[in-house]
Design a protein around this ligand. Sequence first.
Ligand code: AVI
Length: 321
Amino acid sequence: ELVRGGTASAPAVEFLEHPDLAEIVGDLSRPQKRLPTRLLYDERGSHLFERICETRDYYVTRAELEILSRDLDDIAGFAGAGAGVIEPGAGCGCKTRELLSALEDPRWYAPLDIDPSVLWRCREAIRQALPHLPLVPVCADFTQPWCHAGLPVAERRLLFFPGSTVGNFEPVQAQRLLGRFRDAAGPGGRLILGVDLRKNAATLRRAYDDGEGITASFNLNLLARLNREHGADFDTAAFEHLAVYDKALHRIEMHLRSRRDQWVRIGGCRFHFAAGETIHTESSHKYLPGGMVALAAAAGWQAQKLWMDPQRRFALMGFEA
Ligand code: AVI
């Protein structure tokens, strides 16, 4: 269905100026159109995600916070004294503040985020709560290799990866990511991992299509971002948010569904959308604890601890390198 428009040279020039554009055009050229999930998180997207976490229907954050407050001492004990804490995709660092306050003699905190504005807010929030803790903010895409060799010395490194972000990767990619974390943690390192557990499809669909419509705005913001940053001409009102649970793959998928037959321009190309056709924008895999134990083991991590909320919706898991 793809029709490449414009002159032959125009896309090449645009691709050089915007490295994301080649990937976007490639993703929209697939039989099942898709868009890179990380592009959901520009400044507006990160703000909308924070609002999702406060909705009644998105249980994930509340369940995790419940575990963090109930089992905080045990979790801090597992991390051990004198840890340097690395948090990939730190966001505003809200959950980490509690953990950092409970740790014995933490040496430093290195939040990693792709969005500098979020990193800035995170730094201010942590400085207020823990003014004496050395901060080493790193602006990086944690899915790519990043320079962890330059981080200061600590008794051991603790990788903190809450929120179930690991679920946003295909299992093979998740294993590769946990392998990277293993390298960054070094010998004796620890990992505390947030994992959303399998549950009934109705609860999941509601969580990813909340009654307040915040998740819908979050998903649609991706098209608005492509218009703003890449000169695309998506009519955002002509697409709608969709959350579908794939029972075989144990994952909830977010899609944007075309409300009508239409054409869209981006990066010197034109893309056709049939009425009802979708763009797959995100997958959120749901695990059994044993499944994550096996996946992490294949990445070099030994499972040591499992903390769950009383309703067993969510788990924090502790691993040793
Ligand atoms: C960031 N991540 C763990 C969220 C999730 O639950 O997969 C992203 C999200 N997408 C829609 N709602 C929340």
